[in-house]
Design a protein around this ligand. Structure first.
Ligand code: PEP
Length: 245
């Protein structure tokens, strides 16, 4: 039986209380559709959005978490705090964290364990930069990210991996079918080797939108999409959710 697609909305640093009706409408319009839909609003909106989404099938998640459960880490948010705020998933290792906040793979791995301790399902992102791709380093870069941030400590746990070429995020550029299939084959090999039959779902992220979603989701092995810009409005996001049907 084909796996249900996971369609994840990464709102990044966008959204205030006035944005809550977007979540409500997405929940209403997603009722009866096949996809598993997850919204990742800024942390400030989590408890309010949890109220709005109560009784719906929409899953809520955080955009990052600290590796420690609590402590003297000014400005950070822990996995238990996300859980307490209504989240059941968390995005980790997003390129905007890896590059904007210089987060190494080992830290992403520690954060994943913190997420699992708190009962959150991590979506662990990996992806190469344009310079790395042009230098012919895509496969070694992805292999290192898989080895160091998707470690066998996750065995038996519920988690996902998202392939997000950094050059495709927010740029309007989409990886070609061949580029996606090559990356997915590598990811699958790593997951099959370390996680066997319980190998997790693999998503694609990078300028997914209404016009390309059905095509991308139909590619062999693509278990869903992580969507940034096109997840911010009902008009842009709903066609992507419907494309997973
Ligand atoms: C993302 O933020 O993970 C992403 C893929 O963004 P966009 O869809 O805007 O490229």
């Amino acid at each position: 039986m084909p796996q249900t697609h996971l369609i994840a909305a990464n709102w990044k640093m966008n959204g205030v209380k006035a944005s809550l009706p977007i979540a409500r409408t997405i929940a209403e319009q997603s009722r009866g559709l096949q996809a598993r839909v997850a919204l990742f609003p800024p942390a400030t909106l989590l408890p309010l959005m949890a109220d709005v989404l109560q009784g719906t099938d929409i899953v809520l998640g955080g955009q990052d978490c600290h590796h420690a459960d609590s402590g003297a880490y000014t400005g950070d948010i822990s996995a238990p705090m996300l859980k307490d705020a209504g989240a059941s998933m968390v995005i980790l290792g997003h390129s905007e964290r890896r590059h904007g906040h210089l987060e190494p793979c080992a830290l992403v791995a520690r954060k994943s364990l913190a997420a699992l301790r708190a009962g959150l399902e991590p979506i662990i992102c990996i992806g190469e930069t344009l310079d790395q791709r042009q230098a012919g380093l895509t496969i070694p870069v992805l292999s290192r990210q898989l080895a160091d941030s998707v470690t066998s400590d996750l065995k038996g746990q519920a988690f996902h991996v998202s392939y997000e070429p950094v050059w495709a995020i927010g740029t309007g550029l989409v990886a070609s079918d061949a580029q996606i299939l090559e990356a997915f084959a590598l990811i699958r090999e790593h997951l099959d080797k370390h996680f066997g039959t319980n190998a997790p779902q693999v998503l694609y992220g990078g300028s997914v939108k209404a016009s390309n979603a059905a095509h991308l989701l139909a590619l062999e092995g693509v278990g869903g999409a992580l969507v940034g810009g096109a997840s911010l409005t009902v008009e842009d996001f709903m066609p992507i959710i419907r494309a997973a049907d």
